[in-house]
Design a protein around this ligand. Structure first.
Ligand code: UDX
Length: 434
């Protein structure tokens, strides 16, 4: 695993993420997290189909590679028959020993997804008891498989549109496809997940008196940012959005689904006293993003690494601001444990046009390739494709509320996050799993 320094925007080295705030310590070292997501998928590559030989190599892998790859099963890849053999884990990553009074029982819906899996890693390393609920529609078991069998961990295949009962203290309700091609693939299911799934999880929170946090969207800013420079949390209630929504467009199943989910959340809060938190999440990127889910950051990095041209949709003048996944997890944990019940924007307000962003990704991929001595046959081009229907022209969060009420602000520069994500995909590519 390559080790590299991460510097924040002031040039200070980032060695840990998280902080001890609102009575909840969320700090872990970057290295501990990287051991979980930057590790190779295969421990060992076998070149033989001979079973005796394979067994010998199995043992060899178990013994000799144990020191640097203890936190995964001894998976052995056999390229000649394109198959992989797994063993069970010999040792789990060390987790904090928490006093029972501090240890929380935490349910993460969508816990095998991109954001969910990073949250699960953090909560597990911190010593809490974590249950993952996922239907694996867009999530993947491999994202959290390194915890399977751990006494603090449980993974349940379950669709949140059906009720689910469990005793728990906190619920992070993240379950819902989030990439436009994924959520548009089955629009009815997406809106059903947002409505029924949230109804079920709020019912559970009410019954067991758990604190409930929902991941909502920045999607509504789609319709308002031509009118206001930055999206704060109040533009809906100020009515700016009225008249600017497209409830019948292809993105509506997601945006309107999240809107009704917020309405339900505050209904349970007012009527039943459920303790709720609402995070409006802006564009987020990082390792474990499905490389083919069609979102811009994964598309550009994978294209550049494969030597393919970067596809900018439209004229590339539309803007987005991108936050690194560790900042988002810090924000979610902070919000959950704070007393803030109003919606809070969680995002990075550094704004890029998509055209500029394509150039930045190309430059960073080239930098990593040069550092690793990788050869490029040519410089990839930036090509233009038609823009999807209802693609927002501008999106940038106003994070004043998060700053004031959570003392949270993003620490990772886009450049640093991209560099780590490039290394993640590059490693996947090298082992043939991308
Ligand atoms: O290959 C690509 C992919 C995307 N794009 C453009 O890049 C921009 C960002 O696209 P993404 O698909 O990554 O993300 P979007 O901002 O459109 O959707 C997002 O919005 C709200 C969130 O809640 C969703 O989770 C997220 O998908 C868009 O303008 C899109 O047209 C490209 O130019 N090229």
């Amino acid at each position: 695993m390559s080790s590299f320094k991460v510097l924040d925007k002031h040039g200070q080295e980032i060695n840990t993420v998280g902080f001890n705030r609102f009575g909840f310590d969320s700090e872990v070292s970057i290295e501990a997290l990287r051991n979980l997501y930057l590790r190779p998928h295969y421990v060992y590559t076998s070149n033989s189909t001979d079973s005796a030989d394979t067994n010998a190599k199995d043992n060899e892998a178990t013994n000799t590679k144990a020191a640097d790859s203890v936190y995964q099963s001894r998976s052995i890849y056999h390229p000649d028959i394109n198959s992989i053999s797994y063993t069970t884990l010999s040792r789990f990553p060390p987790v904090k020993l928490l006093a029972p009074s501090l240890r929380k029982r935490i349910l993460v819906t969508g816990g095998a997804g991109f954001v969910g899996s990073h949250l699960v890693d953090r909560l597990m390393l911190l010593g809490h008891e974590v249950t993952v609920l996922d239907n694996f529609f867009t999530g993947s078991k491999t994202t959290v498989s390194h915890w399977v069998g751990h006494p603090n961990f449980e993974m349940v295949r379950h669709d949140v549109v059906e009720p689910f009962m469990i005793e728990c203290d906190q619920i992070y309700h993240l379950a819902c496809p989030a990439s436009p091609p994924h959520y548009q693939y089955n629009a009815v299911k997406t809106i059903k997940t947002s409505f029924m799934g949230t109804l079920n999880m709020l019912g559970l929170a009410k019954r067991v008196k758990a604190r409930f946090l929902i991941s909502s969207t920045s999607g509504w800013s789609n319709y308002v940012l031509t009118l206001v420079p930055k999206a704060d949390e109040t533009y809906l209630s100020r009515g700016i959005r009225w008249g600017h929504v497209n409830p019948i467009g292809p993105r509506a199943c997601y945006d309107e689904g999240k809107r009704v989910a917020e309405t339900l959340t505050y209904g349970f809060h007012r009527q039943d006293g459920v303790d709720v938190r609402v995070a409006r999440i802006f564009n987020t990127y990082g390792p474990r993003m499905n490389p083919y889910d069609g979102r811009v950051v994964s598309n550009f990095i994978v294209q550049a690494l494969k030597g393919e041209d970067l596809t900018v949709y439209g004229d590339g003048k539309q803007t987005r601001s991108f936050q690194y996944v560790h900042d988002l997890i810090d924000g979610l944990i902070c919000l959950m444990n704070s007393e803030e019940t109003r919606p809070v924007n969680v995002g990075n307000s550094e704004e890029f046009t998509i055209g500029e962003f394509a150039e930045l990704v190309r430059e960073i991929v080239e930098k990593v390739q040069d550092e690793d001595g990788a050869k490029r046959s040519r410089r990839v081009e930036i090509v233009y494709k038609p823009i999807p229907t209802d693609d927002p022209q501008k999106r940038r969060p106003d994070t004043t509320r998060a700053k004031e009420s959570l003392q949270w602000q993003p620490r990772w520069t886009v450049r640093m996050g991209l560099e780590e994500m490039v290394r993640y995909y590059k490693a996947k590519m090298a082992e043939g799993s991308l």
